[in-house]
Design a protein around this ligand. Structure first.
Ligand SMILES: Cc1ncc(COP(=O)(O)O)c(C=O)c1O
Length: 388
């Protein structure tokens, strides 16, 4: 079946009420027919729902759909994207292990690597920018390769085909944060990824309503994630799972429009006199445009640009927008503008920000689904005002 059909037709078995749209299952626990069934389910001899920290039909529908859309066997859903990233580390790393991570990763993932993993004896290094130097970074105890592509907010693109081969040759777990691309634009498992994490809060919800996350992979890899989460408890709520599963039904059509609008905005920005560098994976000025076109269906919904006047003009730009939202989220129907240096990536040192291309004047736009003419008009007006 095709992506769109899987996203719509994967659903929980119909109940005796013959509902067309799946109901929500807001229940903490499930009942057993008798003591023997209860014993057998607790002993894992028989499959079935016991307690919603472990499994829940609404959550399971979302997990099964995400696994199918990523082209893998299984998935485990979590309360947030960060819980998914954290669980993917905790389930597969132990004290003494070493991790290699791409240099540009989301701020909270950075905090986990810098502040928490070392407390448990897990060390890490950044992958060199030059692919030819990756091999030098591998140590005898390197266990995992953690990548984010395209990255937040710099939109760095990493060659997944290269990473997949590299992971295989070095016997590493390839773990890819696929939040910016979504399974519609990019399937890391096709290139050999063993774990795929998502913040479902972004394009998967797509309307800025709920938080959620998911880790997808082979049955064997996800069994470890489930075991960790079953005890530590970052479970996704049935209501949020229901919202997210419904949202997946429209992911393909929404993403088509997000990408179309984002590319149009990027082209507009390239020609604007007040704008310096514009970054979008499918612009031929992007240093990894060829790689992006090989591994992504379209360029995604995020565009970044540099206002010519730096920090002050960046601030004035944000204060001059009228329709666009100033908000911390992304992947919403509403176009959102942010200033990463003073918000999501403020915890990084200025030097660390520069290394990953987060300059003081960098503006990130999560391009929404409003009419492109209105998005461009608002940005154009704010650029003019902030320069003057
Ligand atoms: C690339 C990436 N990964 C993970 C996360 C964390 O997701 P959540 O906010 O759902 O915990 C985010 C959030 O912005 C993100 O952009």
């Amino acid at each position: 079946m095709h992506f769109e059909t899987i996203a719509i037709r994967t659903q929980t078995d119909r109940s005796q009420h013959r509902e067309h749209s799946t109901p929500i299952f807001p229940t903490s626990s499930f009942v057993f027919n008798d003591a023997e069934q209860m014993r057998a389910m607790f002993a894992d001899e028989v499959e079935g729902n016991i307690y919603s920290r472990f499994t829940n039909p609404s959550v399971r529908e979302f997990e099964e759909k995400m696994a199918a859309l990523e082209g893998v066997e299984d998935a485990f859903a979590t309360a947030t994207g960060m819980a998914a990233v954290f669980a993917s580390f905790m389930a597969h790393l132990k004290s003494g292990d070493h991790l290699l991570a791409s240099r540009a990763i989301f701020g909270s993932s950075y905090t986990i690597l810098m502040q928490y993993l070392p407390r448990w004896g897990i060390t890490f290094d950044w992958l060199p920018a030059d692919y030819e130097k990756w091999q030098e970074a591998v140590r005898p105890n390197t266990k995992m390769l953690f990548l984010e592509t395209p990255s937040n907010p710099g939109l760095d693109v990493i060659d997944l085909a290269f990473a997949g081969e590299f992971a295989k040759a070095n016997n590493l777990i390839l773990n890819v944060d696929n939040c910016f691309a979504t399974p519609y634009l990019q399937n890391p498992a096709k290139f050999g990824a063993h774990l795929i994490t998502h913040s479902a809060t972004k394009f998967i919800d797509g309307q800025g309503r709920v938080l959620g996350g998911v880790v997808a992979g082979s049955s064997e890899m996800i069994a470890e994630v489930r075991k960790f989460c079953r005890s530590s408890g970052p479970s996704l709520s049935p209501f949020n799972a229901w919202v997210l599963s419904k949202s997946l039904e429209t992911l393909a059509v929404r993403l088509d429009r997000h990408c179309e609008n984002a590319l149009a905005l990027a082209h507009f920005l390239q020609k604007n006199e007040h704008v310096g560098k514009v970054t979008y994976p499918f612009l031929d000025t992007h240093p990894a445009c060829d790689i992006a076109k090989r591994q992504m269906k379209m360029g995604g919904g995020l565009v970044t640009f540099e206002v010519k006047g730096g920090l002050e003009q960046g601030r004035r730009f944000l204060n001059s927008i009228e329709m666009l939202s100033l908000s911390a989220n992304l992947g919403d129907t509403r176009t959102i503008a942010t200033h990463p240096a003073s918000t999501t990536h403020a915890k990084l040192t200025e030097e660390a920000r520069q290394e990953v291309g987060i300059t003081n004047g960098l503006i990130r736009i999560s391009v929404g689904l409003e009419h492109i003419g209105d998005i461009v008009a608002d940005v154009e007006k704010a650029l003019k005002r902030s320069a003057g």
